[in-house]
Design a protein around this ligand. Sequence first.
Ligand code: SF4
Length: 258
Amino acid sequence: MDLEKTILRKVGEAIAKFEMIRDGDRIAVGVSGGKDSITLLESLLILQKRAPIQFSVEAFTVEQGKFMSPIGPVGEHLRQSGIPWRYFEDQPSLKLLEEDPSHGCDQCSRFRRRAVYEIARELNCNVVALGHTADDFCESLLRNAMFTGKLSALPPVTYSRKGEFRLIRPLVYVTEDLTRRWVRDRCTPVIPCGCSQKTGTVRRSLRDYLAELEQDHPFVKETLIAAMGNLDPERLLDPRFQGQSQDAPEAFPILTGM
Ligand code: SF4
């Protein structure tokens, strides 16, 4: 199957399974300069033409001062492909970078979230599409399991805190080897943010670990994604889900102390 068909099938499956898009939605897509958000934007625009429902897509970029080079070529590429694109400098983020250049991802993401909601509001959108990929879901699952003691990843659909925006992640089934090929095949310029090059982070270690596993088990990420949709809670250790099976054997007295 060709690349475009593969990606569109996976995005379509996610949209349908989690009922991400509804008739009349206005979807804001933040183009981060990386391969994933461009793939998200372009695949949504293709699906928009084929969908049995009406929805619109608005593309924009938030400048937080983190791009490794000016983002202009990405915008130019989009405009040349007939995709309207808007560029917003987020002054609070630029001020933060000036006053505290070593601030962490938490603060940066908080600033970005606020800016994205402001822009989505300005563009009269009710949905914000996020570019998290299958790789992000897998890393998030492993990070939460290993470092926070919780079996969870990312919600495919959720709402902003005040319920103003539906937040959707249509790339949940799309791995980054596919988004890499998507931008390469279309000669799309990619402008990463400087911190994506950081080493020594948990995220980077998990990414490297999964890449190493993939050498011998090429579908390990797909399998992890399938596992997230196929829970067997009785074989985990949360008492809320124990003993619910119809044919569960009675507990051994010796183990329950009776
Ligand atoms: S990686 Fe960089 S741009 Fe991304 S959230 Fe962290 S600090 Fe911000």
